[in-house]
Design a protein around this ligand. Structure first.
Ligand SMILES: [Zn+2]
Ligand SMILES: [Zn+2]
Length: 182
């Protein structure tokens, strides 16, 4: 048999929650295709749910956004992208959240714009921001594919509490993580 039998690839739906720029959508689509070799669609923009807002903190509950993303997303995996600032339980803020092996996840671009933690890159700020978006999208989808945090600081699955760790890591899975999702 010489006919190439390509198994149907996974579909990841990107769900913008709030106003997300065309460039962010484009970067997210491109990196998911390149790292996971999946199909990617971009969903219609969704309104940010008022009920997810915590008045006292001035932030949005990450779990509530995942709930929206899982409900409206049309993919096997659905990743929300929002410009709003997210928190999760006792953490002051999160760049993103996903449940291990779940279908939905979310990232916030809010704190990825900061350069205050001292960037390790000499690129223009707009490109540093785009790189961070790419890494966080790959990271959260990685969790939904069953990947946990990786000890390799260059691996996209390494835990990054501040933008410094985000800047240190690369947008790809290390060899070990990569074998786990193949
Ligand atoms: Zn993580
Ligand atoms: Zn890894």
């Amino acid at each position: 048999m010489t006919a190439a039998v390509k198994s149907r690839s996974m579909l990841v739906d990107i769900v913008p929650v709030g106003e997300v720029s065309p460039r962010v959508k484009r970067e997210a689509s491109a990196v998911l295709r390149s790292v996971y070799d999946c199909d990617v669609t971009v969903h219609d923009d969704q309104a940010v749910p008022d009920t997810a807002y915590d008045d006292g903190r001035g932030q949005y509950r990450a779990e509530d956004l995942i709930e929206v993303v899982s409900r409206v997303g049309g993919g096997e995996k659905n990743i929300g992208i929002t410009p709003r600032d997210l928190y999760y339980r006792r953490r002051n803020y999160v760049f993103g959240l996903a449940y291990l092996n779940g279908s939905g996840s979310v990232i916030s671009t809010h704190r990825l714009r900061t350069s205050s933690d001292g960037g390790v890159s000499t690129k223009p700020a707009i490109d540093v921001f785009a790189d961070r978006v790419r890494k966080e999208v790959v990271h959260e989808v990685g969790h939904t594919l069953g990947l946990e945090h990786c000890d390799n600081s260059k691996c996209v699955m390494s835990f990054s509490p501040t933008v410094r760790e985000v800047d240190v890591k690369e947008e790809n899975l290390c060899g070990t993580c990569s074998r786990l999702v193949r």
